[in-house]
Design a protein around this ligand. Structure first.
Ligand SMILES: CCc1ccc([C@H](C)CC(=O)N[C@@H]2O[C@H](CO)[C@@H](O)[C@H](O)[C@H]2O)cc1
Length: 819
């Protein structure tokens, strides 16, 4: 009996209803008639879990028995989105659940809306991790996602008088039905203290760490269901707890606060996600978070995923840890420490194993986003790891000097240890030295990594550098987010596209089919209506119908140039006010923004404020006859993206060329039939190549042109002086038009553009305006627009995260799915 697999409830409406009512009664302790919506949601969630449980247990058993190579995905962020809808899809339970709930007088969409999404990430990097683990499960790739179970995820954004105000993300308040805590499998993680050398029993000089304090890491397991393939992989997120929760003696002595101090101190480690997505703050707690989840994950894999007595010299046959940016790179000295200090390996032995167990993905081009941890902090928090890093660097520089004799400058440039402004460790260099492979996330990005970010390293190890262009999961971002388009596609080419997205190519012939075009436009209109209803209820925003929906959703950052989009809007408004543009010649357009700013990023917050103030004036101005609207729903997240993206006509991907590593929103929009207006940056380059120039609105400088202008000296003011339209737009802002006459409210934003403009928005302004005119011209020809939209869908199947996984398997992980 003990080994009998748990029964899976019957795949029938009756079976489902029985399971649901059972969960409602036994788990929630209520009857249907007395149940709250939250009770019903939690019962539904555990019902779906029960359908997945047998598969999860079977996956673990099969994978463990197979002793295959596993992918350990180490990421400080996972932007998962709501789980229920995806689980219903993966188990093909959607229709059964909808019918079963109807029989109970309940409505599935209402229960799905009850779920609070786990916002355990900032933006691109975190969402990519979520897409990747979905693809690995769907492609039968044995993998474990490792990360942090933040008690508070990315802040909830509210607007007060148009200004961003952050609220804590209490995502756990109403329970979290998708997690399985295992306190019995807690891992002890050490910190602080010092190291000492000693002579071991074989007379060998050894080193060991004498830590000062420690915490416990409690694993919370999450199901990662594959799509209709019966596989359920695991996402293991770690939560920090005090080793000694409560000190009764101190409590009895009356110092109650002291009695629980250890607890609060420990819990702080996984308390909250750092809301920065480009500029590391160098905070000690952030380093504690990074080491905490890495130490738990390595320990967990070595102790629980390998059979007793496994020879760790062969570790790379069983695991490859993918470093999702530098945030988990402390895993390298941690594995060295375990192998040498605990398993008795010699340095060379340990290094042979370590450097075959990691690979590094870089997600940025911004120099300020590259992490450098001070040796002062590292030495205080992780003294043994700092020693090991120095050891790795010493041996590495020996190799550099051997390869480039006498070139001391090169050795100094390539050292992991930066001496200025304070001594610190360049984590990207450590990741590059230790990684079997280093990849960028789009062709242009990977080329710039070789040529500009890590040129010395690519010269030393040209074969170590490769590219894997990002992708997105078609399950969540097409099949689930756009059910009507999915139906249209499946009617035309069958349903295999969901797991073989390049089959979308078979849609090409339909681009010229008027009947298909008509259905395609109806679906876009339906998605717009759905969005309109949501924004009215969610934000009190009224979207006018029949407008070109022009959408810009991504984190607020100057390099992404939300300011350029704003200058376009203000310019249109100014031209109507000044009469240089007849209102009837204005293409009815609604611009939708979605963007969170890192709380400490002043310029980003001022830009949000300006966008909201401009929106307020424009939306209220009768002279526009409702032909230009600006909407800025607060708290952009995965759930809102799932409604926004299928409704969009125009996708804004307007970063300065050479700045956006890849972008993934750009892929989601194209796959949902939006046309892109964009620069040749990140993955835009590959999207444009695949969809064709006629179906992409390219503008702006290319990366080499940006570099050239930067080198020769860029004076934004000259563009202001020489372009009357640009001048008029900026002057309108400076006039106080959007600030109740206060001419200085937005000095910070405008004078930054006029005097710094690091990301050359003014230089690309005219080209952008011209491209927007081409957009309006094309949008006037509905058949041509719809044809292009269909071709965008048909030609972007390449951007499936399944294809990205195939590239990682072939180029970096050198392993295959478990078929
Ligand atoms: C330490 C502060 C910090 C936190 C997060 C990050 C991330 C790397 C920023 C990020 O999300 N980068 C985005 O990654 C996406 C997935 O590869 C890309 O598509 C985006 O272009 C890139 O900006 C940098 C620095």
């Amino acid at each position: 009996l003990a080994t009998a697999p748990v029964g899976t409830p019957p795949f029938s409406v009756d079976g489902f209803v029985r399971e649901f009512l059972h969960e409602l009664n036994t788990n929630q302790g209520v009857t249907l008639s007395r149940s709250s919506v939250n009770d019903q949601y939690l019962a539904l969630a555990s019902t779906v879990k029960n359908y997945l449980m047998a598969r999860w247990l079977e996956t673990n058993r099969k994978t463990r028995e197979a002793k295959v190579k596993t992918i350990g995905y180490l990421s400080a962020e996972y932007l998962l989105g709501r789980q229920l809808g995806n689980a219903l899809l993966a188990t093909d339970l959607n229709d059964i659940a909808r019918q079963g709930l109807e029989l109970c007088g309940l409505d599935l969409p209402t229960l799905r809306a009850q779920e609070v999404e786990p916002g355990l990430g900032n933006g691109g990097l975190g969402r990519l991790a979520a897409c990747f683990i979905d693809s690995m499960a769907t492609m039968d790739v044995p993998s474990i996602g490792y990360g942090i179970r933040y008690e508070y995820g990315i802040f909830r954004q509210t607007f007060v008088d148009g200004r961003q105000v952050e609220q804590p993300d209490t995502w756990l308040a109403l329970g979290s039905p998708w997690e399985f805590p295992h306190p019995e499998a807690a891992v002890r993680v050490d910190f602080g203290g010092h190291t000492e050398t000693y002579v071991d029993d074989d007379g060998r000089e050894r080193c060991r760490w004498i830590p000062a304090w420690n915490v416990l890491g409690v694993p919370y397991n999450y199901m990662v269901p594959g799509y209709l393939n019966g596989r359920v992989n695991t996402l293991r997120l770690w939560s920090a707890q005090a080793t000694k929760a409560f000190d009764l003696q101190i409590f009895n002595a009356g110092d109650y606060a002291q009695a629980v101090r250890a607890q609060t101190f420990a819990e702080n480690i996984s308390k909250v996600l750092y809301p920065e997505d480009s500029t590391p703050q160098g905070k000690e707690l952030r380093l504690q978070q990074q080491y905490f989840f890495v130490a738990c994950s390595l320990r967990d894999f070595l102790d629980n995923e390998l059979e007793e007595g496994f020879d760790l010299h062969h570790l790379s046959e069983r695991i490859i840890f993918q470093l999702n940016d530098t945030h988990p790179v402390i895993a390298v000295p941690e594995l060295m420490r375990i192998l040498m200090d605990e398993k008795g390996f010699e340095w060379e032995e340990a290094w042979e194993v370590t450097k075959s167990c990691f690979a590094y993905t870089c997600h940025t081009l911004l120099p300020e986003a590259l992490e450098v941890w001070s040796t002062e902090l590292l030495g205080r928090l992780l003294p043994r790891h700092l020693e090991i890093i120095f050891g790795i660097n010493e041996r590495f520089l020996k190799e550099v000097r051997a390869a480039f004799p006498g070139d001391e400058m090169r050795a100094r440039r390539m050292s992991m240890i930066a001496e200025y402004p304070e001594q610190g460790v360049r984590m990207a260099y450590l990741a590059t030295v230790a990684g079997t492979k280093v990849n960028g996330v789009a062709e242009l990005h990977s080329q710039l990594l070789r040529d500009k970010v890590l040129p010395d390293f690519s010269q030393l190890w040209p074969d170590k550098f490769t590219n894997v262009t990002n992708g997105v999961t078609p399950r969540r971002f097409v099949r689930m987010a756009n059910p009507k388009l999915s139906e249209l596609i499946t009617d035309a080419i069958g349903s295999n596209w969901v797991t073989d997205l390049e089959r979308l190519k078979e849609l090409e012939p339909y681009a010229d089919d008027p009947e298909f075009q008509a259905r395609f436009s109806e679906i876009k209109a339906w998605n717009k209506k759905r969005l309109t209803d949501l924004l009215r209820q969610r934000d009190g925003i009224d979207l006018p119908s029949g407008h070109l929906l022009d959408v810009m959703v991504k984190r607020l950052h100057e390099y992404k140039r939300q300011s350029l989009k704003l200058l376009h809007i203000v310019s249109l408004y100014e031209r109507v006010l000044s009469g240089t543009l007849a209102v009837e010649d204005l293409t009815p357009r609604t611009v939708v923004f979605g963007a969170k700013a890192a709380p400490g990023y002043r310029m980003a917050k001022d830009t949000i404020h300006l966008i909201n103030k401009v929106a307020k004036v424009i939306n209220a101005d009768e002279r526009l006859e409702g032909r230009l609207k600006v909407a800025f729903p607060a708290n952009y997240n995965v759930t809102l993206a799932e409604k926004l993206i299928p409704a969009a006509d125009l996708s804004e991907q307007i970063s300065l060329a050479g700045m956006e590593a890849s972008g993934t929103g750009n892929m989601k929009f194209a796959l949902n039939g939006a046309l892109t207006i964009g620069t040749d940056d990140g993955a835009n380059v590959e999207i444009r190549r695949l969809v064709g120039d006629k179906h992409f609105f390219l503008f702006g400088m290319s990366e080499p042109e940006v570099a050239e202008l930067g080198a020769k000296g860029y004076t934004p003011g000259s563009y202001y002086e020489s372009n009357p339209q640009l001048k008029a737009a900026l002057d309108l802002i400076l006039s106080g038009e959007f600030s109740e006459g206060d001419r200085h409210m937005f000095d910070s934003v405008v004078y930054n553009l006029l005097h710094q403009d690091r990301f050359m928005a003014l230089a690309d302004f005219q080209s952008y305006i011209d491209a927007q005119a081409r957009v309006e011209a094309k949008y006037a020809d509905e058949a041509a627009w719809t044809r292009s939209a269909i071709l965008n869908v048909a030609r972007t199947g390449y951007f499936s995260s399944d294809r990205s996984m195939r590239d990682y398997l072939q180029r970096i992980w050198h392993t295959t799915p478990m078929i």
